[in-house]
Design a protein around this ligand. Structure first.
Ligand code: ZN
Length: 322
């Protein structure tokens, strides 16, 4: 099948009590690792591209790699999504260039301005058969060019969501309930430590999610900043020459719970970066004579595939849902 929009996948995910993973792609090995896992597990999947990814890899290269993944996995529903579009022009460029879904993120702007620009993107997107994700509330953290300082983040206000969705016509809504971008989602002083000395972050605000869902029955909700920052990868990075003290993510059981509720799309980027970097570092440390990129990118690609497969089965619940 050709690239699809997220409309059908979200409807099935909402009704089925699972979520579809949205994984950021930047190069061939990442595209392959994600889609090989989706193909073997018969899971729908969203490949998402940030403004930074587009600047790094070039629109045409990304499109052709994603088209290749579609050819290799003809039975798997695959959507191509713009992550954090920051202007109408960027969204339009992706819509014109073959994306099936775009996010317009005006969450840092005042409510009325967010509505006006989101509405403009929705009108253009819908006229071209493309769906739109919008955002209310802001997440802390760093993602490519999106930087929100600690203390500047704010939870989504449930009392705003009906008006926002009605007036914009958006197809899904990203909300802020305590997830965060990047590999350092929380400062140590926000956390407690478990018996192994590992930081445990404050729990997600499920009360906000439930209130939003009550006001928007059947409407797909999106969680950004939802890497779990597996400590095995952090330990591997640190063991083989890296330095990532106190990297911390969202516990997988909380994401699993969100997936059973109205959350239909869960964004995962940092865990891909960590899986690759940990395995590249390990390979090069153990094989100092190697200089063929295939030698270290092969285990890195396999690590992406294994990590994504784990998410699909144990966190998202999206396996065998095509
Ligand atoms: Zn995000």
């Amino acid at each position: 099948m050709p690239l699809v929009t997220t409309t059908e996948m979200f409807k099935k995910a909402y009704d089925g009590g699972y979520a579809v993973g949205a994984f950021n792609v930047n190069n061939m090995e990442i595209v392959q690792g994600i889609t090989e896992a989706a193909g073997e597990l018969r899971s729908p999947v969203i490949l998402q591209v940030s403004k930074g990814a587009r600047a790094y890899a070039n629109h045409n290269y990304l499109m052709k790699m994603v088209e290749a993944a579609v050819l290799e996995n003809p039975e798997i529903p695959i959507a191509l999504h713009l992550d954090h579009g920051d202007s109408f022009e960027l969204c339009k460029s992706c819509i014109d260039g073959g994306f099936t879904s775009v996010m317009i993120d005006m969450s840092s702007k005042p409510f009325e301005e967010n509505i006006a620009i989101t509405r403009q993107v929705v009108e253009y997107a819908h006229a071209h058969g493309v769906v739109v994700e919008a955002e209310l509330g802001t997440l802390e953290g760093v993602e490519d060019e999106v930087v929100v300082e600690a203390g500047q983040a704010s939870y989504t206000r449930p009392e705003e969501v009906e008006e926002f969705v009605t007036r914009t016509g958006c197809d899904s809504l990203a909300i802020a309930i305590g997830t965060s971008h990047g590999a350092y989602k929380f400062r140590p002083e926000q956390c407690t430590r478990n018996e192994k000395g590992i930081l445990v972050p404050p729990p997600l605000r499920f009360d906000v999610l439930e209130e939003v869902s009550k006001r928007l029955p059947g409407f797909p909700i999106v969680l950004h900043g939802s890497s779990s920052v597996p400590q095995e990868f952090v330990a591997m990075v640190n063991e083989y020459g890296g330095n990532m003290p106190d990297a911390i993510g969202i516990p997988e059981e909380q994401l699993r719970k969100a997936a059973t509720l109205s959350v239909c799309k869960i964004n995962i980027d940092s865990d891909i970066r960590l899986a690759m970097t940990a395995h590249v570092r390990k390979h090069l440390a153990e094989n100092p004579s190697h200089f063929d990129p295939r030698q270290y990118l092969k285990p890195a690609r396999q690590a992406v595939k294994d990590m994504v497969a784990h998410k699909m089965v144990h966190v998202l619940g999206s396996n065998d849902k095509i």
